[in-house]
Design a protein around this ligand. Structure first.
Ligand code: NAP
Ligand code: SF4
Length: 688
């Protein structure tokens, strides 16, 4: 079958490709690009770039896009300079977005988000003056008069969205933002008509929907994002969720979207460790309570998983946000039965959320063009060049892919198989999806006819005589060797050997080095055949929903801290060690570091800082811990103390005058990370 002529009817994903009639309008399929703040919303010329970003996703076939959050008021902004829509003078730039998307018969809704006490500025407001554990700013309690004004402000923003041409709005009522703060009793301790009983606490959400509907009329989509699982003990009970959902429908919402967990709760909801479609059972539970369509979400990153959610009757629509950063053509590829060519989101948060929290523009670790479509357009290079790439870890793969995409003739060599460090990451429990990135690049190189030589260690002699416009060295890293007495003892192994031989590892282990890889290795050692039920139990999620908030206990909830003592003993004794005298994992990524620390603590891993290493012998690892001599009687010492660059070819090639470039870990092993490596590969390919 000619893939270019294939239509939605020919797709294997029949549930996903089915249109949805909303009465006054129709969605062409069941796939929604969920709200994702990119940071372009606040950049100079950002809306132009945002239009290119959305345009590429609309062209890729998605039925409906929900924008990043826009506040209806100044105090509701996430930070002082965050986006707001409340003035008609702002409409021109919004029209650009809408126009770019409508060309492809894709709908677009503006998300209205009031941060409440999550606002990172001193003008924060909330239901009550109770500070959030994840913000330094205490909010002021809104007066009754201010609440009325706020409802009008929501409606005003929705009216402006309609004038800009949007097909609808999404009212953000979940994840612990303002509306959620009114709903839950721990954050709403008001005595007036907006607090006290549940009916009073949901009044704000319902008044907002009613006022928006009154302002925009019937033929306009109103999506309400409902917190269906608060994941804290003061959260709503299931009967309250049902009661609220019915009232939302009655108030005039067109669709209800699923929200899971509050941002301040220490239970993972979107990270790599969360199983696929881990929360769609919650949406399904609500299906019998309402008649309007429901959207499900969280950790759905492939057409297969999305299709099975719909097939299973979990929801009417599926929302994915990060998967559209990873691959703008997700829907088209699903439609053309080419899901093997989808660049899967690996849920790492490194390129997207972690960057947004640092005030940087979001992009994607596996797709560095995301939100940079304007800077890196998909155009061929004016001149076809011959590019040799040595090393096909992710830096080399990325460079080979983008160079070939731009029309160059690419020949690539790897001494082993493709994927480098990602193959090791893929062996860590919960990170298996990393292997999909290797699979994706491999499939693309094959499509683009890149000449790939595996298990081929090309040497200087061959490279000296080869013709090339450019040689790219992406030869990666090797584990660092340490200068400790007894380092050659049989109990010592580097992380690469340990990961590749994990089944041979005995019960007592010391890990030297507590960076990303030390944490990964510790996670590997403590995880034994964990299944999905164990996962819910580990994180205290009550799937029977008998308890408020759907959570079994509240050991770390709403504290914002993860310094709890261990609660489970593990079959293995694991010591994770570092020389620095500071909390272990302090420099792990903001949105996922706490999960990794908590996971090890829950399993009873001994995390020790302020260590100096003395020697290794038959008695184990001898250390000084806070100045005191200690011997850790272990079977293995696994070294995760960083890397050294594999760059010997670089000097040699330079010396013989070949046009050579070096990228990724081969260039800089210190602080090497996959996001930088993949980006460097692309940026260099655009220079050719
Ligand atoms: P790393 O983050 O640099 O950590 C190296 C660890 O080894 C540190 O704990 C360091 O702490 C210790 N160390 C360094 N030199 C040492 C020496 N000479 N003797 C003893 N200990 C030494 O490196 P990595 O863990 O290998 O990770 C490499 C890169 O991959 C990093 O950028 C990391 O962020 C990334 N990565 C990320 C993830 C993720 O999930 N996001 C997972 C894996 C890797 P002390 O100096 O205090 O002892
Ligand atoms: Fe997904 Fe990671 Fe890309 Fe974010 S950076 S979209 S989590 S792959």
């Amino acid at each position: 079958m000619d893939k270019d002529n294939i239509s939605a009817q020919d797709s294997y994903f029949t549930f996903l490709m089915k249109p949805l009639n909303l009465g006054f309008t129709q969605l062409k399929n069941r796939i929604i690009m969920g709200s994702m703040h990119t940071g372009l919303e606040e950049c100079w010329n950002g809306f132009h770039k945002l239009a290119r970003f959305y345009e590429e996703r609309a062209k890729g076939g998605v039925a409906l896009i929900i924008t990043g959050g826009f506040s209806p008021t100044f105090s509701g902004r996430l930070s002082l300079f965050s986006s707001q829509l409340s003035n008609f003078l702002q409409l021109a730039k919004h029209r650009k977005l809408v126009k770019a998307v409508h060309v492809y018969d894709t709908k677009i809704c503006l998300q209205i988000l009031h941060a409440g006490r999550y606002a990172y500025h001193p003008f924060a407001v909330s239901a009550s003056a109770i500070k959030s554990p994840i913000s330094p700013f205490a909010p002021k309690a809104l007066t009754a008069k201010q609440i009325k004004k706020l409802i009008n402000a929501y409606a005003h923003t929705a009216g402006l969205a309609k004038r800009a041409g949007y097909d609808g709005v999404e009212v953000m009522g979940s994840e612990g933002y303002l509306i959620n703060q009114f709903i839950c009793s721990n954050t709403n301790q008001r005595q007036d008509e907006w607090g006290g009983s549940f009916e009073n606490r949901i009044r704000l959400s319902l008044e907002i929907i009613r006022e928006i509907r009154r302002t925009v009329g019937e033929n306009f989509i109103i999506i309400y994002r409902l917190s269906m699982l608060d994941l804290h003990k003061d959260g709503s009970s299931w009967s309250e969720i049902e009661q609220h959902a019915k009232a939302i429908e009655k108030a005039g919402a067109t669709i209800i979207n699923t929200g899971i967990g509050w941002h301040e709760v220490r239970i993972p909801t979107i990270a790599t460790v969360v199983p696929d479609a881990a929360f769609t059972w919650v949406t399904k539970k609500l299906k019998q309570a309402v008649t309007i369509p429901l959207i499900t979400s969280n950790r759905i990153n492939s057409p297969e998983v999305a299709e099975s959610c719909l097939q299973n009757g979990d929801a009417d629509l599926v929302s994915m946000a990060r998967p559209f950063l990873a691959d703008s053509q997700f829907v088209l590829k699903a439609m053309q039965n080419q899901s093997h060519l989808i660049n899967k989101c690996i849920a790492c948060n490194q390129g997207c959320l972690d960057r947004v929290f640092k005030g940087q523009r979001a992009t994607c670790l596996v797709n560095p063009r995301a939100a940079y479509e304007d800077e890196y357009p998909l155009v061929k290079s004016a001149q076809v060049k011959t590019i040799i790439i040595v090393g096909l870890g992710v830096a080399g793969l990325s460079c080979a892919y983008y160079a070939a995409l731009r029309g160059h003739h690419v020949i690539a060599y790897d001494a082993g198989n493709l994927g480098g460090q990602f193959n090791l990451a893929g062996e860590i429990p919960g990170k298996e999806v990393y292997l999909d990135t290797v699979r994706y690049f491999e499939a693309q190189l094959s499509l683009l006819k890149v000449e790939v030589h595996r298990n081929y260690k090309i040497g200087i002699e061959e490279l000296r005589d080869i013709y090339a416009d450019a040689i790219v060295l992406a030869t990666g890293v090797k584990p660092r060797k340490l200068d400790i007495q007894g380092f050659d003892h049989f109990s010592v192994m580097d992380y690469e050997t340990a990961i590749k031989n994990k089944s041979t590892i005995k019960n007592k282990v010391a890990i030297i080095g507590a960076g990303g890889i030390g944490f990964d290795v510790a996670e590997m050692l403590i995880t034994q055949n964990e299944n999905n039920n164990d996962w819910y139990q580990k994180w205290s999620i009550d799937r029977s929903y008998k308890s408020r908030g759907g959570v079994l206990q509240d050991e770390v909830n709403l504290t914002g801290k993860d310094d709890t003592n261990s609660e489970h003993e593990n079959a293995r004794t694991v010591y994770l060690l570092q020389r620095k005298n500071e909390k272990l994992g302090k420099n792990l990524a903001r949105t996922t570091g706490w999960i990794r620390r908590l996971s090890l603590r829950k399993a009873g891993v001994n995390m020790m800082s302020d260590i100096s290493y003395e020697k290794i012998d038959d008695f184990g690892l001898h250390i000084l811990h806070q100045g005191k001599k200690v011997t850790l009687a272990v079977d293995h010492v696994i070294v995760c103390a960083g890397q050294q660059s594999e760059n010997s070819l670089y000097q040699q090639l330079g010396a013989i005058g070949q046009p050579v470039h070096i990228i990724g870990g081969a260039k800089k092993a210190a602080e090497l990370d996959a996001e930088t490596a993949i980006r460097e590969g692309m940026v260099l390919a655009y220079d050719f």
